[in-house]
Ligand binder design. Structure first.
Ligand code: FES
Length: 106
């Protein structure tokens, strides 16, 4: 099971064991991590699951597809390492992934 760390804007870290194939968003919701609203349920149409990928992981993840890139334009405080957590699938290859949550989702 891939390990995932989600760090809230206030610095609180959540260390999770994730089910392979599940999204970062769903893993966070299931673990009751605050700061990810996921209003659209993961259909890439709300941007309320916006997150920042730790710099060490940005190049190791598949690039966002066009729908995700377009929806990220609706996110508050987008950065180079912004992603939609509903579009990030956890796999053995990204075991240890670190995600940070933006201030806008406190
Ligand atoms: Fe809506 Fe990710 S949950 S875009």
């Amino acid at each position: 099971m891939p390990k995932l760390t989600i760090i809230e804007f206030n610095g609180e870290a959540h260390h999770l064991e994730a089910e392979a194939g599940k999204s970062v968003m769903q893993t966070a919701i299931d673990a009751l991590v605050p700061g990810i609203m996921a209003d659209c349920g993961g259909s890439c149409s709300c941007a309320t699951c916006h997150c920042y990928v730790d710099d060490a992981w940005v190049a190791r993840l598949p690039a966002p597809e066009s729908a995700e890139r377009e929806m990220l334009e609706c996110a508050l405080d987008p950065q180079e390492n912004s992603r939609l957590s509903c579009q990030l699938r956890l796999t053995p290859q990204n075991d240890g992934l670190i995600i940070r949550l933006p201030k806008s989702q406190v």
